[in-house]
Design a protein around this ligand. Structure first.
Ligand code: PLP
Length: 486
């Protein structure tokens, strides 16, 4: 590779020449394969303190170019050692996810072509590949062809965008008139739903107080009777219901709201139904999981994240909708310099952002290189591993389940009846010890006011032996912290 420290080198001053790029790609490819093969030898969570990485990096940018080898060496030494390794097979926290190999290569191709798909005309194939990939996902999860969609960065953006459309359909007229003087609106979602619903209400100008956190049953599912009562009370008070947001796969327990029952209520009152299936949505590809999704085919919008459980790299979140008109009614705006007569469904009209990454490519490549059977098999394996882990957790009598096991997510705790503070201390310390081992990584939540440990299987790299290791570490930590307990 040429030495790039000479700033007079014309090629360096503009861009790398072909030979330099080829050599850098080869090095990056070698690094990538090596990282993937050996990630398990690294601690899942780095043993570092806040500020350590910053201190290792130069304070100011270099004036002269440096060689890629040096940059890659620093990346390896100072950056990668400061990462939490989501692709580590022992990563079982939050909603565990991983990047499947084809998606890594697709991400490279996206960067290589470097297109901006803001309009069909600014990169026709990017729009059409996105439409195809979204439609393949729709077919794979068994939704009718009345749904089409768009790819955003995250589910938060998808839910926010759906709320803007719902707000418009509720007759608020905000696009042109703004919020002032408009009707008071309300959003209904369960007390277990993700914070992105509340955030969407904040950002859409409805305010947090417009969000009705509807009670859940003993299995953390939204209660239809409570939803109906809340809608009726609002109507009585002159407040206009704008959106019901049901969740299939809630953030803490992966519980499933009774979508069919909620849909009937939403339909009866003419309210927009949005389904947040950010985590669990891809599981509808697995035939025996399909029943969990009953009723979602009648929703107005659905969000699912291929970057959570399907294996595309972050970011790739799909928003599906049955009617594009309310989205266009809330967000379409075409200045003269963006006018074109090519296609009336430019994807910029459906969201806030104008510039659009070519995210469709990674979903399309993933489907082609893995196939829907392969994707289903991975998720089936994860669900089986989570169920087996749950059974083994309760077997020893030390841990109890805090919620029914749902999809690939297990919530549990070492119980200390009547001693809430002691129970929280104990479970916090158990998680801290397991995570400090560097071999497994767990997270927590709160259920019924009690501190709860979460374990979620979602990485293509995770095998049974990694769950064995996590369970052993959990039992060891519990035994060390509570000698004499069962
Ligand atoms: N919805 C649910 C059910 C989630 O669990 C999460 C995150 O975990 C989100 C939405 C937000 O996802 P994103 O990070 O894509 O905005």
């Amino acid at each position: 590779m040429p030495n790039h420290t000479d700033p007079t080198d014309a090629a360096t001053a503009s861009d790398w020449d072909a030979a330099t790029l080829r050599a850098a790609l080869a090095k990056a490819a070698e690094w990538t394969v090596d990282y993937r093969s050996h990630v398990e030898e690294r601690p899942v969570f780095p043993a570092i303190a806040p500020g350590d990485v910053r201190r290792a990096l130069a304070e100011a940018p270099p004036r002269a170019p440096e060689s890629f080898e040096r940059v890659l060496a620093d990346f390896d030494e100072h950056v990668v050692s400061g990462l939490t390794h989501w692709n580590h097979p022992g990563f079982l926290a939050y909603f565990s996810s991983s990047t499947r190999a084809p998606s890594i290569v697709a991400e490279l191709l996206v960067a290589a072509v470097g297109v901006n798909a803001m309009l069909w005309r600014t990169s026709p194939a990017a729009t059409e590949v996105e439409r195809t990939a979204v439609d393949w996902l729709r077919q794979a999860v068994g939704l009718p062809d009345s749904f089409s969609g768009v790819i955003f960065d995250t589910a938060s953006t998808g839910t926010f965008t759906a709320l803007l459309a719902a707000r418009e359909r509720a007759g608020a007229g905000v696009r042109d008139e703004g919020l002032v003087g408009g009707p008071a609106l309300a959003v209904y979602t369960s007390e277990q739903s993700h914070s992105s619903v509340e955030k969407a209400a904040m950002a859409a100008g409805l305010g947090r107080r417009s969000v009705r956190r509807i009670e859940t049953d003993a299995a953390f599912r939204m209660r239809p009777d409570a939803l109906e009562a809340a809608i009726a009370a609002d109507l009585e008070a002159g407040i206009r219901p704008a959106m019901v947001c049901a969740t299939v796969g809630t953030t803490s327990t992966a519980s499933v709201d009774p979508v069919s029952a909620l849909q009937s209520i939403a339909e009866r009152y003419g309210v927009w139904l949005h389904v947040d299936a950010a985590y669990a949505g891809p599981a509808a590809i697995v035939p025996e999981q399909r029943a969990h999704f009953r009723g979602w085919e009648a929703a107005d919008s659905i969000v699912l994240n291929p970057h959570k459980w399907l294996g595309t790299s972050l970011d790739c979140s799909v928003l599906l909708y049955r009617d594009v008109a309310p989205f266009r009614a809330s967000l379409a705006l075409t200045p003269t310099y963006l006018e074109s007569e090519d296609d009336e469904t430019d994807l910029m009209d459906v969201g806030l952002a104008l510039g659009r990454r070519f995210r469709g490519l990674k979903l399309w490549v993933l489907f082609r290189c893995v196939g829907t059977d392969g994707l289903a098999e991975t998720m089936r394996r994860h669900i089986a591993m989570a169920e087996a882990a749950a059974a083994r957790l309760v077997e020893g009598g030390v841990f109890e389940l805090a919620a029914p096991v749902s999809f690939s997510t297990v919530c549990f705790r070492a119980a200390r009846e009547g001693d809430a503070a002691g129970e929280e201390r104990l479970n916090r310390e158990i998680i801290a010890r397991v995570n400090a081992s560097g071999r497994s990584f767990l997270s927590h939540t709160e259920l019924d006011g009690r501190y709860t440990v979460r374990l979620s299987v979602g990485s293509v790299h995770t095998e049974e032996r990694h769950l064995d290791e996590a369970l052993e570490a959990l039992h060891r930590a519990a035994a060390d912290l509570s000698p004499g307990e069962p």
